[in-house]
Design a protein around this ligand. Structure first.
Ligand code: NAP
Length: 307
C-alpha cells in the first residue's frame, strides 16, 4: 500500500460524510492516525463503538492538536462556530478543509477566524445518500465520484496538492473551480432538484388521506424517486438553501420560465415540441450513465422481488 498522505487526520463532525472519510482513510491507508470530533456525546460514543478512529472526542484541542490535515464535516450553518473553536488549536502549516455543499457562505464564515487563510482549501465531495449519522457512512462512498476543490487565489500549492492527493486516494476524481462557479453549478445540479423533490412530496402531503394513500401505493410510477431525495437531512438542506440563496433563486427563476414553456406546449397540444424536449433530456441521462455517474440498470438499479 502507498504511504499515507497525512500523518494525522482530524475530522470535525462524524455524520455520513465525516464517518465515510474516517472509514476510507483507514481502509485505504490514507492517514496514519485519525481523530474524530463531534459536538454530540451520542455521536462520539457511537464513533468509538464503531472503531471509526484512533481518537473520538468532544474536545477540539484533542482532535485538532498535532493534525496536519483537518476537515470540517458539520452542517454548513455550523462552519463559522467550528472555525472559531478549532483555530486556536491548528498546527502551523496544517491544511484545513471542509466538505460543505455550498462554498461561498462557508468561506465567508470560516476565513475570518484563520491566521493562515491560504492553507484553507474548501472542498465538496459530490457523493452522499439520504441517510445521516455515523452508522450511515461507508468507505467506498467516494469511489468514482467527483470532489470539487475551490482554493483561494493565494492558496499554497503544496496544500492544494495534498488535498487533491488525499481525495484521489479515497477514490474520487478531483476538479478545481472558483467558489462562485461551484455554487452556481451545484444550485442547478443538486440544490434545485432537492427543492423540487421537497415541493412535490409536500404537495402530495397536502392532499386528503385517501389521495395520500394512493400516492404511496402507486409511488413506483415516479413519485418514489422524489421521496428518496425529499428524505434528506432537514438541517443540512435548510442550511444549504439559506447559504446558497442567490444562486438557488437564480436557477429557480430559470426553472419557472422553462416550466411555463412546457405548460404552454401541453395547453396547445404541441406534441412535436414535447417530443423534442424529452428527447434532449434523455440524452443527458445517457451521458450521465456513460460517465459512470449512475447505473443503467432498470428502475435505478433497485432489486425488485421476483424480477
Ligand atoms: P450529518 O450526518 O448530519 O453529520 C453532521 C455531524 O456534525 C453530526 O453528527 C452533528 O451532530 C455534527 N455537528 C453539528 N454541529 C457541530 C459542531 N458545531 N461541532 C462538531 N460537530 C457538529 O451530515 P452529513 O450528511 O455528514 O453532512 C455534513 C456536511 O457534508 C454538510 O456540510 C453537507 O453540506 C456536506 N455534504 C453532505 C452530503 C450528503 O449527501 N449528505 C454530500 C456532500 C457534502 P448533531 O447530530 O448532534 O447535530
Amino acid at each position: 500500500m502507498a504511504d499515507p498522505v497525512c500523518e494525522r487526520l482530524a475530522l470535525i463532525g462524524v455524520g455520513l460524510i465525516g464517518s465515510s472519510i474516517a472509514r476510507a482513510a483507514r481502509e485505504f491507508g490514507v492517514a496514519r492516525h485519525v481523530a474524530v470530533m463531534d459536538s454530540s456525546p451520542q455521536v462520539v460514543g457511537r464513533a468509538s463503538e464503531l472503531c471509526l478512529a484512533d481518537i473520538a472526542t468532544q474536545d477540539y484541542a484533542q482532535a485538532v492538536g498535532g493534525a496536519d490535515l483537518v476537515i470540517v464535516c458539520t452542517p454548513v450553518g455550523a462552519c463559522g462556530d467550528v472555525a472559531r473553536s478549532l483555530a486556536p488549536h491548528l498546527e502551523k502549516g496544517a491544511v484545513l478543509s471542509d466538505v460543505g455543499s455550498v462554498k461561498g457562505a462557508v468561506v465567508a464564515q470560516m476565513t475570518p477566524h484563520l491566521s493562515e487563510p491560504s492553507r484553507f482549501i474548501p472542498a465538496h465531495p459530490i457523493a452522499g445518500t439520504e441517510f445521516s449519522g455515523p452508522d450511515a457512512g461507508f468507505a467506498t462512498l467516494f469511489q468514482n465520484r467527483w470532489c470539487i476543490l475551490t482554493p483561494p487565489e493565494n492558496a499554497g500549492a503544496a496544500a492544494v496538492e495534498k488535498l487533491r492527493t488525499f481525495w484521489m486516494r479515497l477514490g474520487a476524481n478531483v476538479e478545481t473551480m472558483s467558489v462562485a462557479h461551484h455554487d452556481a453549478v451545484l444550485a442547478l445540479t443538486s440544490h434545485l432538484p432537492h427543492l423540487i423533490a421537497y415541493n412535490i412530496v409536500g404537495t402530495a402531503d397536502d392532499f386528503g388521506d385517501e389521495t395520500r394513500s394512493e400516492v404511496i401505493k402507486f409511488s413506483a410510477s415516479g413519485f418514489r424517486d422524489f421521496t428518496r431525495i425529499a428524505a434528506s437531512d432537514p438541517i443540512m438542506w435548510r442550511d444549504i438553501f439559506l447559504a446558497n440563496k442567490d444562486s438557488v433563486l437564480e436557477m429557480l427563476g430559470r426553472f419557472n420560465e422553462d416550466l411555463s414553456v412546457l405548460q404552454r406546449m401541453i395547453r396547445r397540444g404541441d406534441g412535436e415540441g414535447l417530443l423534442e424536449f424529452f428527447s434532449r433530456t434523455r440524452d443527458i441521462r445517457r451521458s450521465i450513465i456513460e460517465q459512470g455517474q449512475d447505473t443503467a440498470a432498470p428502475d435505478f438499479g433497485r432489486r425488485v422481488e421476483g424480477r
